[in-house]
Design a protein around this ligand. Structure first.
Ligand SMILES: [Zn+2]
Length: 71
């Protein structure tokens, strides 16, 4: 189970709450999830790799904040 699910602690399911298609991991949410594609594009632009996403820490934090993952 990834840190996100552990922090949230709301659901027993490891499935991604945004798309319900695969396991919810930070990598999935940041780079792959179709359920948050709009928010991801708005905050992170076209970051396609973890390296790129981590290079825009402000965008990453605002993206996660909008998803409610920082609360
Ligand atoms: Zn997903």
């Amino acid at each position: 189970m990834g840190p996100v699910a552990r922090i949230e602690g709301i659901t027993d399911s490891p499935l991604c709450r945004a798309c319900m298609e695969t396991e919810e991991t930070p990598i999935h949410v940041m780079l792959q999830c179709n359920g948050v594609a709009e928010q991801r594009a708005a905050h992170l632009g076209s970051s396609a790799t973890l390296h790129e996403a981590l290079g825009d820490l402000g965008g990453l934090l605002s993206f996660w904040g909008e998803l409610g993952l920082l609360e």
